[in-house]
Design a protein around this ligand. Structure first.
Ligand SMILES: [Zn+2]
Length: 236
């Protein structure tokens, strides 16, 4: 029996130029999640499906996260045509991805989102993934830089966006904001965001809306942060 390649190609239609282009996906049977960091950064053995989440149209330079390909309105399409396509040299991002071309694809997505003035939560999601790519490579300076971008964008999303039908609900977002504060050296602020989530949990109107697992992890994180603050004050 022939061994199946871990990745396969699929044709999709570009929402901006309406040409078809190829995207590459990892077969679900080839995906092996080994562990996940507290900010949900996944670590895989073998092919990393995260590398393929940034899709780029070979013809016009439109790029987005794979889950939100069709969420542009006509004004955003115009902006992409005017500010991206005009400067785009046709090139394909299909096929097996290395760390380098995964990073490049995500940066083109980020450029697209900025040009479109897309939702803060979308921008944050991409910044998180770029930070994780730098984490895989052990580049903590650039990881920190993108975690900070993600943090600021999530904070704006939390304050301004209607999150009722988002994939990322407002409670998980509270957790991620706390987690990002903690990872970027803002321990006190992290504690404030985590406490806010714990307060939301004890509010009867949110009963059943917040997964127990999320609250358990939040309590663990609070304990860890308090412990390390205590240790710091004992040293000083
Ligand atoms: Zn296109």
């Amino acid at each position: 029996m022939n061994k199946l390649e871990p990745v396969y190609q699929k044709e999709v239609k570009c929402p901006v130029c309406e040409n078809t282009f190829e995207i590459t996906k990892v077969r679900s049977r080839s995906i092996r999640l080994v562990k996940q960091d507290t900010d949900f950064c996944p670590h895989y053995e073998g092919e990393n499906p995260l590398f393929y989440e940034a899709v780029v149209c070979a013809h016009c330079g439109f790029a987005s996260h794979i889950t939100t390909m069709d969420s542009l309105n006509r004004f955003e399409k115009q902006k992409v045509r005017k500010l991206i396509t005009k400067r785009w040299t046709p090139r394909s991002f299909s096929g097996k991805r290395t760390w380098d071309n995964a990073l490049e694809a995500f940066k083109i997505v980020l450029l697209n989102l900025n040009v479109r003035e897309a939702a803060h939560s979308e921008i944050a999601k991409i910044c998180m993934r770029i930070a994780w790519l730098y984490r895989y490579a052990g580049d903590s300076e650039l990881e920190q830089c993108y975690l900070n971008h993600a943090l600021n964008s999530y904070k704006e999303a939390y304050e301004e966006e209607d999150l009722s039908d988002e994939k990322l609900d407002s409670f998980t977002m509270l957790f991620i904001i706390g987690e990002l504060c903690s990872r970027t050296g803002k321990e006190e602020e992290a504690l404030q965001w985590f406490s806010r989530l714990i307060r939301e949990y004890s509010d009867p109107k949110n009963k059943g809306k917040i997964p127990n697992m999320l609250i358990e992890t939040t309590r663990d994180r609070v304990q860890e942060l308090r412990q390390s603050e205590k240790m710091k004050s004992e040293v000083n």
